[in-house]
Design a protein around this ligand. Structure first.
Ligand SMILES: [Zn+2]
Ligand SMILES: [Zn+2]
Length: 278
């Protein structure tokens, strides 16, 4: 991995968004602009964009744990772009490398062995996604590059991403007269929360929790992270059984993403759900 050159676009988002988001939150509340509709909008955005990462980018596109209707894939790609975490194809390649080379200091792009901060966010300051578009990767991950929806999303990810993440909540909140609340709170601040929820899976879920399924790797099961990340915290199980559509495999494990996928299967939008443990 090239770590010499800073990725300015990504660094700009990762540094500026939390600063602007937190200052806006204080300003918004202190000056009496607080609006509960905007808060509900932020929670809805967090959930829709979050589920597009967990059920879409992660469990569908990266691990192929189930099959879905093309409209579902389109939904995941549009709202997943709103997570501002890069195109799904490149997110998946990084994630597949993370699974194939877990804890390897060079080959695992967000290896915890390079430190908590590196695994959480540091690696993204240097990530040049175009470096992933090698002949070898295109060959090895044919399933991604042959999917026209995925390729389309890769080409329009930035415009789609900013439209869904920032401009859509701003326009929706305008309908109750809170354009800037929509832009700054349901847009920028909510983006930061979605970012760090995903990042916690790479950092905290590789450092804190139980390891009942695989003691060799750093991945851990952690209920706290599952609550923040729509069920992605059973990470030790997930690394051991990555083809399972569930991360929390017991019925009582807090995994809204698995409940979402099984609900889609009931109404015919998802099928062939894989389980590795019954
Ligand atoms: Zn992991
Ligand atoms: Zn995974």
């Amino acid at each position: 991995m090239h770590t010499s050159k800073i990725n300015l676009y990504r660094s700009f988002i990762l540094i500026l968004f939390p600063i602007v988001g937190i200052i806006s939150l204080f300003y918004w509340i202190k000056n009496g602009y607080y609006n509960s509709n905007t808060i509900i909008l932020a929670i809805a955005g967090y959930s829709l964009i979050g589920i597009s990462i967990t059920a879409g980018y992660h469990r569908l596109f990266s691990h192929r744990t189930y099959k879905s209707h093309w409209l579902v894939r389109l939904f995941f790609l549009i709202f997943g772009a709103g997570a501002l975490q890069g195109p799904a194809i490149l997110w998946c390649i990084d994630h597949r490398h993370h699974h194939a080379f877990t804890d390897h200091t060079e080959k695992d792009p967000y290896s915890i062995k390079r430190g908590f901060l590196w695994a959480h966010i540091g690696w993204l300051f240097f990530k040049h996604y175009k470096d992933l578009l090698t002949k070898e990767n295109i060959n090895r991950h044919k399933d991604l590059f042959q999917d026209t929806l995925l390729v389309w999303q890769m080409n329009y990810e930035i415009i789609l991403g900013f439209s869904v993440a920032i401009f859509l909540p701003a326009l929706i909140a305008l309908s109750w007269g809170d354009f800037w609340g929509g832009f700054l709170i349901a847009g920028i601040l909510r983006s930061t929360l979605n970012h760090h929820a995903t990042f916690l899976v790479n950092s905290l879920a590789h450092s804190w929790g139980a390891d009942p399924h695989n003691k060799i790797i750093s991945a851990r099961n952690n209920l706290f992270i599952s609550i923040l990340t729509l069920g992605e915290g059973y990470h030790n199980y997930h690394h051991q059984f990555p083809s399972d559509y569930r991360n929390g495999h017991r019925w009582f494990h807090w995994d809204p993403t698995k409940w979402f996928i099984s609900s889609m299967s009931i109404i015919g939008l998802a099928k062939k759900l894989k389980r590795q443990v019954t």
